[in-house]
Write a protein that binds this ligand. Structure first.
Ligand code: UDP
Length: 267
């Protein structure tokens, strides 16, 4: 295979030059980091699972009219995406208090928020991705008012869709992080959804048991992260029900009937 040009290596992904201008290949690694990369490790098979989960979510979001950078999955760990200029904001949508908002405002984890909150963090590792307001975003011209309008309305639509998608498989969508990018068409640009949506950037809690099925297992040393990521993929119908692996730690009894679905029709 010919050597490809690496454009960027991040904490969980590598970007390579794509086969055509305006395209990029996004490679999903097993590496995991937390607390602004102070904690580092690997989650076996995470890249493969996140590639599949993100493909699934982005494809379904495209079906409801959300423009995304996703073109197609190429193989187990890679997908072809559109090249965009990433807007330097992490857009966090919260339904239930957890993580940094619980610490910052003293709200108990698991407390449902009175209504959905959108927060913006300025993407800058050296500064530890600080929380910023729309005033800061306008003041420093990180995104225009029109772009912020598009970003917030897409974030709400994505949240509504994903809450339903996960509720259908007995998972509570507590919070998640989105990134957006500018796609240029001549002098014009429009904002589209970029990056990935996977258990790396979402808090996903089993609705029945409260079990965490996301990167908090790694952040908080709970163990069982591989199984948790696989469990999300399996409930989304992306893995075979038989593919439990020897280290299965979750009680799947409540999920099995959903996973199996109706028996196959006899020929
Ligand atoms: N998140 C993320 N990348 C970040 C920070 C947060 O994907 O750099 C996600 C995180 O997985 C969670 C949500 O955004 O689903 C809210 O994270 P929070 O602000 O609570 O930060 P944390 O507790 O991770 O410090």
């Amino acid at each position: 295979m010919s050597r490809r040009t690496k454009l960027y290596e991040g904490k969980a992904k590598i970007l390579y030059e794509g086969p055509e201008p305006g395209t990029i290949i996004q490679y999903f690694k097993d590496d995991a980091t937390a607390f602004n990369a102070e904690k580092k490790g690997t989650i076996n098979g995470k890249g493969v699972i996140n590639n599949r989960i993100s493909e699934h979510v982005f494809t379904r979001l495209a079906h409801i009219g959300i423009p995304t950078h996703f073109i197609r999955r190429l193989n187990m760990r890679e997908q072809l995406i559109r090249q965009v200029d990433i807007i330097p904001l992490e857009v966090v949508v919260r339904n239930v208090a957890a993580g940094s908002i619980s610490k910052r405002l003293g709200i108990e984890e698991g407390e449902p928020l009175p209504h959905t909150l959108i927060e913006y963090y300025y993407k800058d590792d050296a500064l530890g991705d600080p929380l910023v307001s729309e005033e800061h975003i306008a003041c420093f011209n990180w995104a225009s008012n029109d772009e912020m309008h598009d970003i917030s309305s897409m974030a709400i639509r994505i949240n509504d869709f994903m809450c339903g998608m996960f509720a259908a498989i007995d998972i509570r969508l507590v919070d998640f992080k989105l990134e957006f990018g500018r796609l240029y068409d001549g002098d014009f640009s429009r904002v589209i959804l970029a990056d990935e949506i996977s258990p790396d950037g979402c808090r996903l809690w089993d609705m029945t048991t409260g079990e965490k099925l996301d990167k908090d297992r790694f952040r908080r040393d709970l163990g069982g992260e591989e199984e948790a990521y696989r469990e999300v993929a399996r409930r989304l119908g992306l893995l075979n029900a038989e593919d439990n692996g020897p280290g299965e730690v979750f009680d799947l009894s409540h999920a099995r009937s959903r996973l199996r679905g109706p028996p196959p029709l006899k020929k």
